[in-house]
Ligand binder design. Structure first.
Ligand code: SAH
Length: 324
């Protein structure tokens, strides 16, 4: 089917989102931003798919699928007047839609890692007069403390972990939505919706997604963990055995699992473990590993991992099975 005559890409996206049942205010925000102004594949701007927004032979970026972004906005409860942090700003399209959704009294802070893409985004947002967007060039790992706290953090790039900085910069009751790069489920990124209550985060699984994988600190956790792992010495006879079930939960909660030559490795401050035949061989002290495994065995998802991290114990909300 060709493009309907006389109808702009934004109008088409508005109608598509309404048809899918998204709230009027979210569809309207998409209806107010000309997507073709932010992308390279201008003739595809009206499509509900991820499309190329920047490419120079070295780095590239995509504008995420509109209906998935609309789900992000709905699930995190974004409304007028809110302050939102976006990680993975790209050429600024989603930040522009968010800017319409939060309105003049709200604020959008968006962080993009690649300098050239970031400069392009700034130019796009300036040209279209988006005054309530602060666009930052840098590594999203650190968040942006100067304008915190945020009502929600929207992550549009696959990340290895949820850094502590994001939890600190999020309001109580705020939400983080993030596609996670898990070594144990390499073929897709589970999208997890987290809610902050006091100093704890609860997570629920939302969907299987496929985003660009993050660069910088949000994308090199494996290397960082392996380096730590190699620094911990172990005696020949110092290894103990521990049963184990869910690798994805362990990865998300601990941010300490790495994969090397097909083998999973866990590292803590004073100990480490190697995964073999359904069991962890543990050496030294690995209190976080023990805590998570214990909680999984009790059929309760971990309640307290690092005093700041917890998972919903309600299986209806967070189901391990659905992660595989
Ligand atoms: N929200 C964007 C989608 C951008 S795609 C849009 O609607 O257009 C993901 C972007 O994340 C890419 O541009 C990539 O360069 C960027 N990125 C990768 N690693 C990052 C990091 N560590 N911090 C911030 N941005 C990162």
């Amino acid at each position: 089917m060709g493009r309907e005559r006389g109808m702009s890409s934004s109008k088409r996206l508005y109608e598509m989102l309404r048809r899918l049942g998204f709230p009027e205010r979210i569809a309207r925000a998409f209806g107010e931003v000309p997507r073709e102004e932010f992308v390279e594949e201008k003739e595809r701007a009206h499509l509900d798919s991820a499309i190329l927004s920047y490419s120079d032979g070295k780095v590239y970026s995509t504008s995420s699928q509109p209906s998935l972004m609309a789900e992000y906005m709905r699930d995190t409860g974004i409304n007028e007047g809110m302050k939102i942090l976006e990680i993975g700003g790209g050429t600024g399209y989603n930040a522009a839609v968010l800017s319409k959704l939060v309105g003049e009294k709200g604020l959008v802070v968006s962080i993009e890692y690649e300098e050239r893409i970031c400069e392009k985004a700034k130019e796009n947002l300036r040209r279209l007069g988006m005054d309530n967007v602060v666009f930052i060039c840098g590594d999203g790992y650190h968040g942006y403390p100067d304008l915190a706290p945020y009502d929600a953090i929207l992550v549009t790039v696959g990340v290895d972990e949820i850094p502590g900085s994001w939890i600190e910069q999020l309001k109580d009751g705020g939400k983080i939505i993030a596609p996670m790069n898990l070594l144990s489920i390499a073929f897709h990124q589970p999208l997890i919706l987290f809610s902050k209550r006091r100093s704890m985060l609860r997570g629920i699984y939302r969907a299987a997604t496929g985003f660009i994988k993050a660069s910088g600190l949000l994308g090199n956790l494996n290397d960082r963990n392996l380096e730590k792992f190699s620094k911990i010495e172990c005696e020949e006879d110092g290894w103990l055995e521990m049963d184990h079930r869910s690798m994805p939960i362990l990865e998300i909660l601990s941010a300490s699992v790495s994969r090397f030559m097909g083998t999973f490795r866990f590292v803590d401050d004073n100990g480490k473990a190697v995964y073999r035949n359904g069991k962890w061989m543990v050496c030294g002290e690995t209190p976080r590993l023990e805590k998570i495994i214990l909680e999984l065995e009790r059929e309760r998802f971990p309640t307290l991992i690092e005093a700041s991290f917890s998972f919903d114990a309600d299986r209806r909300n967070f189901s391990v099975e659905r992660l595989f």
